[in-house]
Design a protein around this ligand. Sequence first.
Ligand code: DQA
Length: 148
Amino acid sequence: TRVVVVNGPNLGRLGVREPDVYGHLDLEALRRDCTTWGSELGLDVEVRQSDDEGQVISWMHQAVDERTPVVMNPAAFTHYSYGLADAAAQVTEAGLPLMEVHISNPASREAFRRHSVISPVATGTITGLGFYGYRLALESVAHLIERS
Ligand code: DQA
């Protein structure tokens, strides 16, 4: 099964950006990790990143059309993008898993990070575990596919 791992704005800056919060590893390392974890789980994982809200929304539409489960770190879009929330809702409405992941624990940070417009339409949310959260999200997708 194909799974898309979608990363939102500024996650292309992993490793450089606030390493105390997001760690020292870059997006390429995340890509390698997710691909490896996916193959262990029998999933064909494709890791994407964009700073462009329209692009991320298009990837949700594509996931629906191609019936592809989604793991998504919506980054700052999490907190305010109703456009992305509406697109994400179509994924779960279509019966596809959509796991929301955050590297940090947004609930322990600034007030504006405490609210997610994506969580209400996600299958589940994993926060605060670094890159390991993506692994758990991929395991969750594998579990949900098996169960369905
Ligand atoms: C993040 C948390 C968001 O609040 C922030 O805007 C990000 C990354 C995380 O992975 O912890 O860009 O989604």
